[in-house]
Ligand binder design. Structure first.
Ligand code: TYD
Ligand code: MG
Length: 461
């Protein structure tokens, strides 16, 4: 009988078993066994010995003696992507690009490789999902006029076998390689299906070894569903140098790119794109568009948000309508559900706006996601305005009202990062009325500034 080459390790208690079990024989936890390759026999016998084993001691280096020569970056030619990466791809680094299916990961990576190829870099696009013909069709769409020099110059490999991909990487030695996607490659030595935790970990780990040795910058594409149900790419976050999240609503055209982890740059940056007929276009004037579209009707307010270090004006809309349901609906798009719950509680308790028997729908227009506490005040103003059916108007100001600020549990407004950048962005786009912790100390004061003296003394609900 051939020796088994893999073992199943419990991710909760670490006990190992030759076969897969639904329930760990060690700790009785369900669904925790993950298949892993056994180390090669030589390595195993060395590890088995007691004491120092078979390793060779090395001399540690003093930090002061470590050279810090700036790593040259590979510019992808997509300004927003380069900025989120911290100035381009670092040679030999491993970047995970996660996002739900159809969001535009293949489009983005194709465009980046096309630009790199046009700049004379050696590139490789490995696809386990599409045939070369399909990839060519997309490349033609992306570069209607660029011709042979851009996206069409990128060599492609349609392959799902990990060993073949690794061998090709070693022989081709590209400077930049895209693996689309990490869930479609598989190591035939593991019995798990492609995309299973064991496979994804093995695939990424082996690719990393080759990439570091050959100084290949690798962009691993990974599908993540909205609920994060497909555990796949999440297990790689500790392994890779940089985790990028590409998000947005598939039906809408706006997409945001964020860094969740970056060993070579800040995780504060975000890029905004629009999906067009000919690929993704960087949106540099997002604020202007969102402000121009803002309705200024009851339930609408402009939020002066921060996307990393850049201010961004977005419209937040709320609809409050009487409900038959217990508990009533709370539907949120683009904002944190828990923040809405908190803001509704503060509104009811400290500002006399009770929506306990009404459905509340909340939306950030354009499919943008805002994840910062500075959005609290916008949620509160939009809901209060919707629940009253009165549009927000500031004294002396005309046009949409802008705001930002975090809400404290006692009804006070708390300051948020970069107030001046937010204010100057609002001023730049002609929004004169800005409600912020600087202009109103409490939520009640903010409400009376934009809704007049219509705030009752006690909460309804
Ligand atoms: P794709 O990059 O294939 O998504 P992913 O790799 O993340 O699954 O692109 C998804 C959608 O984008 C697809 O439904 C078609 C659309 N699209 C455009 O609108 N314009 C384009 O130029 C391209 C290439 C795609
Ligand atoms: Mg794709």
């Amino acid at each position: 009988m051939p020796r088994p080459t893999t073992v199943h390790i419990c991710s909760a208690c670490g006990s190992s078993s030759a076969r897969w079990h639904g329930r760990c024989p060690g700790c009785q936890a369900w669904n925790t066994l993950v298949e892993e390759r056994l180390p090669a026999p030589a390595a195993r016998s060395a590890r088995g010995r007691s004491g120092a084993g078979g390793g060779t001691a090395r001399k540690p280096v003093r930090l002061a003696d470590v050279s810090t020569a700036q790593l040259p970056r590979l510019a992808t030619g997509i300004g927003e992507l380069d900025r989120v990466l911290g100035g381009g791809l670092v040679p030999g680094s491993l970047v995970l690009l996660g996002g739900s299916p159809g969001i535009g990961k293949s489009t983005l990576t194709n465009m980046a490789l096309g630009n790199l190829a046009a700049a004379g870099r050696r590139t490789l696009y490995v696809s386990g999902e599409e045939s070369p013909a399909q990839i060519r069709l997309r490349a033609e769409r992306l570069t209607p006029s660029a011709g042979e020099g851009g996206a069409l110059a990128v060599p492609v490999l349609a392959e799902t076998d990990l060993e073949t991909v690794l061998a090709t990487l070693e022989s081709e030695r590209p400077e930049v390689c895209v693996i689309d996607s990490v869930q479609t490659l598989h190591d035939p030595q593991l019995s798990g299906a492609p995309g299973s935790v064991g496979q994804v970990r093995e695939v990424a780990g082996r690719i990393m070894q080759v990439a570091k040795a050959a100084e290949i910058a690798v962009l691993l594409v990974g599908h993540v569903t909205k609920e994060g149900a497909l555990a796949g790419p999440r297990v790689l976050e500790h392994l890779v140098d940089c985790v990028l999240q590409f998000e947005g609503e598939r039906e809408r055209t706006y997409r945001t790119l964020r860094a969740l982890k970056n060993r070579f740059g800040s995780t504060n940056e975000a890029g905004v794109f629009e999906m067009r007929q000919n690929g993704l276009v960087e949106v540099l004037d997002a604020s202007a568009r969102f402000v121009a579209e803002a309705t200024g009707k009851p339930g609408s307010v402009v939020l002066a948000a921060m996307e990393g270090t850049r201010p961004l004006l977005v419209e937040v809309q709320a609809l409050v309508s009487p409900s038959e349901l217990v508990p009533p609906r709370r539907v949120v798009n683009g904002l944190d559900r828990n923040r809405l719950a908190l803001v509704l509680a503060v509104l009811g308790r400290h500002a006399g706006v009770g929506v306990g028997s009404a459905d509340v729908f909340l939306n950030v227009v354009g499919g943008v996601r805002v994840e910062e506490p500075g959005a609290d005040l916008a949620i509160a103003l939009a809901v209060a305005s919707a629940s009253r059916g009165v549009a927000l108007r500031a004294a002396g100001g005309s046009g949409p009202v802008a705001c930002f600020g975090e809400l404290g549990l006692t009804g006070e407004l708390r300051s948020t990062a970069h107030p001046n950048r937010r204010l100057s962005e609002a001023a730049k786009f002609g929004l004169r009325a800005v409600i912020s912790p600087q202009t109103a100390p409490t939520l009640r004061a903010a409400l009376s500034a934009v809704l007049g003296a219509q705030t009752p003394e006690r909460a309804v609900a």
